[in-house]
Design a protein around this ligand. Sequence first.
Ligand SMILES: Cc1cc2nc3c(=O)[nH]c(=O)nc-3n(C[C@H](O)[C@H](O)[C@H](O)COP(=O)(O)OP(=O)(O)OC[C@H]3O[C@@H](n4cnc5c(N)ncnc54)[C@H](O)[C@@H]3O)c2cc1C
Length: 810
Amino acid sequence: MKSHAQVVVIGGGVVGCSVLYHLAKFGMKDSVLLERSELTSGSTWHAAGGMHTINGDPNVAKLQKYTIELYREIEALSEQSTGLHMTGGVMLAATEARFDWIKGLVAKGRYLGIEAEIITPEEAHQDMPLLDPKCFVGAMRTVVDGHLDPSGTTHAYAKSARKLGAEIHRHTKVEDIVRQPDGQWLVVTDKGNILAQHVVNAGGLWAREVGRMVGLELPVLAMEHMYLITEDMPEVAEVNRTTGKEVVHAVDFDGELYLRQERGGMLMGTYEKACVPWSEKRTPWDFGHELLEPDIDRIAPSLEVGFQHFPAFQNAGIKQIINGPFTFAPDGNPLVGPVRGLPGFWCACGVMAGFSQGGGVGLALANWIIEGDPGFDVWAMDVGRYGDWATLKYTNAKVRENYSRRFSIKFPNEELTAARPLRTTPIYDKLKESGAQFGAAYGLEVPLWFAPEGVKDSFSWRRSSDFEKVGKEARAVRSSVGLSEISGFAKYSVTGTGARAWLDGILACRIPNQGRMTLAPMLKHDGKLIGDFTLANLGEDAFFIAGSGIAEEYHMRWFEEHLPEDGSVTVKAEGLGLVGLALAGPKSRDLLARLTDHDLSDQAFPFMAISWMDIGMAPALVGRVSYTGDLGYEIWCRPEYQRYLFDVLMDAGAAHSIALFGSRALNALRLEKGFGSWAREYRPIYGPYEAGLGRFVSLTKNADFIGKAAATKEKQQGGKLRLCSFILAAKDADVIGDEPIWFRGEVKGWVTSGGYAHASGKSVAMGYVPREIAGEAEGWEIELLGERLSARLLSEPLFDPKGERMRGAI
Ligand SMILES: Cc1cc2nc3c(=O)[nH]c(=O)nc-3n(C[C@H](O)[C@H](O)[C@H](O)COP(=O)(O)OP(=O)(O)OC[C@H]3O[C@@H](n4cnc5c(N)ncnc54)[C@H](O)[C@@H]3O)c2cc1C
């Protein structure tokens, strides 16, 4: 074994081998994979080998598509069969709600290039004769769906990587990983040590243990998972004989089952409700090519449904039940990317669908290590989407919930309940007493809307019990004044003698003068957005930044990676050390003026001004800005003042019939202003001019900021896309995001977010379309729940297009 390598990949499961293959393919041949046993010795060897492109998240779906397309490539290079059976498949709906969800998947597939179509239960029966069409209301036919040989596939990656120059050492256990003073990593194994620039944790079942070697508690947990294999079945033989093909794949969501042919019989797996975690605190190192004891009672309820939906199983003998563990992150998506504070340490773990996702994970990670960027949008699987609040116990509760709901519908207005409440702000109980219905974002309880006594959300694809109430909140803001809790935003303080120059180089905007704020896009080197903030200059080398709450760890990682080494800049994520309240609406100034001696006139405290002031007895940092697009103020304070501030604002607001409003009303309000939001309109695949943030990019400022060259090019050439707002002829449902946008009969774009703009009385969608057609007002349709609804492209925001309310001119 060599003593130095550019990259050491820990773990020879399907994911580690894919990472190694991609590193070698992109030229990083000095890469070494270490496997403590034989390749596949974690969860890989006993996988059912199923794969498909369908995924609720479009970016993960793209990655799955890439993975499956890769199999022919590695087979050809390695001359090792992956055992690929591309059977095609059916995904089945036994309820109308499920059928609505399936229609949404097919619609999404249209702009992702994923072939799928809606079919009747009878057509599904023709495709998959083992099912009983009476049990279903509809289905989706998929083309890229099938199964493969897990071991063959892993070895095909491994052989391909070796052929390209990478090394693999089996029976080599990594026992420790020690950071060296020069920033390299000493990988300590039972066969000697390797010094590496980069280490990749692809430890699968042992990813937690590998993380702990560098002081990291990763949010992953293994769950037991069972599938059964039947004896040969005459019905299967009949399908094979009459069609000349294998039985197609089937996913029966309502039965929580997946099925495929296995030799002359069938394989049926289930995500049972009564799920069981495995090795909750640490994974034993002596576990290897073993299986767990099957527990047929646990999966009996699902099997019962399965036997009813697929009657041929009633007469089939069960040959074997496999029970094996595999890992999940709290939301079921992989954990990929660099880890904040550990330069050169990378994650490729928590991959629960290694045969659908392993290729894409390998591609992203290799790109990231070599180019400094994953090369596509990996937000949904970025390890940076979790903070230190995602503890072992949190992960345990969330992973169980995710596993048991793997095939359950999550309605757009549904909030999952496990591991909650965890993070709360000081006014949590006051909001709750006022009827707040909470959601969780980045582990924090966030008020969504305020329900009268006895009213709760009823979950639906369509407008629901909250619709009228949210409307009332939004209209109250526009007509008088509303108060909302904004502690969920990320808040950063940037201080030090080098702060200004550093911000000038990392943000694309001009640095505002003291006491002023600006919108601040942050770009990657390729000129795409990696953040959108409000930047405030507090004077004396002190700046304040507010941004997306869910991206706090993600942005801190970026900030820290780019800090100067001379210690002249300090960036601190304030977390809940700084909490907030927002006032919005035409009466917000009158209200605030009653409580402060600070001059709030337009002359003294104009739009985008910021200052510390006392509100009543409490010191607060007040910025004149509002995401509602209305006259408004964001009020930041230390947590010990929040309860007091809440009370004085609500008391003083009584004179103006102040209303509490939650994030759903805020969404309705920002939509009618065309304001985008992080992870929806603003993502690392869009340029600032495409996203409508071009006016906040200063190409003429003296500083050379990250992404300037690419942004200059984008401005000159115009970019490919444009973010647009539409109003649509919706009936009883509004878009939520990821729906296709049609133009003159062809799918041309996709929705990023939407909803009902209550104060304007319009159903609104925001989304990206090609720049060339972004000026066309007519000819648009947006597909929602299987129907193409006519839409009109807006040339200006529905509310206050000139920004007069916001600026205080009216
Ligand atoms: C019953 C069952 C059915 C499944 N069905 C499917 C399916 O149909 N389709 C699908 O896509 N997925 C399926 N999966 C999930 C799939 O198995 C996983 O997604 C995949 O195996 C994850 O691969 P991995 O490389 O991340 O992890 P692992 O396979 O666990 O590999 C990790 C490797 O790292 C090695 N390692 C760990 N620590 C060290 C160390 N310190 N030093 C050296 N080596 C180390 C281990 O020995 C192991 O070989 C199934 C899983 C189970 C259990």
